[in-house]
Design a protein around this ligand. Structure first.
Ligand SMILES: [Zn+2]
Length: 80
């Protein structure tokens, strides 16, 4: 692998899932693309499908794969 050390910060939002590796429910956004959980209904956009529809995941899995939960008014770790 020749991945660069630096990650483009927009990359995670444009992660494209391979629909052939997802179940029908996952493709439809009815199940988490990570853990297949259908309830609670996955509401976080973890990426997208090649046809442009969104791939959804639950909050827990969003945290696991590195999506930061959007907390209203929360401090961003940007200052040094
Ligand atoms: Zn999940």
């Amino acid at each position: 692998m020749c991945e660069p050390d630096t990650k483009p910060d927009a990359a995670s939002e444009n992660y494209v899932y391979d629909p052939s590796r997802l179940s029908g429910a996952q493709c439809m956004g009815d199940a988490c693309v990570v853990c297949h959980a259908k309830w609670p209904r996955p509401r976080r956009v973890l990426g997208e499908l090649p046809d442009g529809s969104h791939a959804y995941g639950c909050d827990e899995c969003a945290g696991i794969i590195g999506h930061q939960p959007v907390s209203a008014g929360g401090p961003l770790i940007a200052a040094r």
